[in-house]
Design a protein around this ligand. Structure first.
Ligand code: HPA
Length: 246
């Protein structure tokens, strides 16, 4: 396995990465969000990519998802763990819980979302019944088996357009649709990874109750607080995964 970690909000770098070196690369789809960081976690070589840029300046709808995924493929990556901050919709998805979703619903629009649209390529429809790699999901869950609170195995990730947060009515609709968590970056990233035949799974951190799911409003202070703590837990899981795979 050649692993890449795409870090989301709150994870612009992996602190435990050693021998880290930055490599700026370009792809036929443009430049990825940030230089790729080649490094070593425990005894596993991996590549880290900051999804929102090195200083967290690229909003979800302006991320060049195609360049990010193409850049990783170009470097021989086979497995991608997508770390993402999300809001919690269903009851058990409380702030600071870590979730490894097994389904998603895409509510985004206007994002370049396929590699298969050049003039001369044949029309291609990839299977996306199960959007995440089950084997990589299981590896993450095994790596996190001693975490307290326990990782939540499964759930449906609803991906909204952002950058604004949702209305309470939108969250109720998403809940009726079957969404358990809500984020803004899960798509088209997951589908593009599937198009390039990468094993892709999401490790989500709940950083707030979604709109209307708690007494008050959604505040950045709340998000920042849970993000800091949650991303520490994410790094613990990634280190355990590196130990078990390195
Ligand atoms: N909604 C959408 N995306 C998010 C949220 C949310 O409540 N929290 C973190 N990312």
């Amino acid at each position: 396995m050649k692993l890449a970690v795409i870090g989301g909000s709150g994870l612009c770098r992996l602190e435990a990465l050693t021998r880290a070196r930055e490599v700026k690369i370009s792809t036929p789809f443009g430049e990825p969000s940030a230089p790729l960081i080649f490094g070593r976690l425990e005894s596993l070589d991996l590549i880290f990519l900051a999804r929102h840029g090195p200083s967290h300046t690229i909003p979800p709808h302006q991320i060049n998802y195609r360049a990010n995924i193409a850049a990783l493929k170009q470097q021989g990556v086979t497995h991608v763990i997508a770390v993402a901050a999300v809001g919690g919709i269903s009851r058990k998805m409380a702030p600071q819980r870590l979730v490894v979703p097994d389904q998603l619903i895409d509510y985004t629009y206007g994002r370049p979302h396929t590699f298969f649209e050049s003039d001369d390529s044949p029309v291609t429809h990839v299977d996306f019944t199960y959007p995440y790699s089950e084997s990589l999901r299981q590896q993450i869950l095994t790596a996190g088996k001693n975490m307290d609170p326990a990782l939540i195995a499964g759930g449906c990730y609803g991906c909204t357009q952002g950058p604004r947060l949702e209305t309470a009515a939108e969250i109720l609709r998403m809940e009726r649709d079957g969404c358990d968590i809500v984020g803004m970056t899960g798509m088209p990233e997951a589908a593009l990874a599937r198009e390039l035949e990468l094993e892709y799974a999401c490790l989500a951190v709940v950083v707030n109750w979604a709109a209307g799911k708690s007494e008050g409003l959604v505040t950045m202070a709340e998000i920042r607080h849970h993000l800091g703590q949650g991303m520490k837990h994410v790094q613990t899981v990634l280190e355990a995964l590196a130990l078990q795979s390195g």
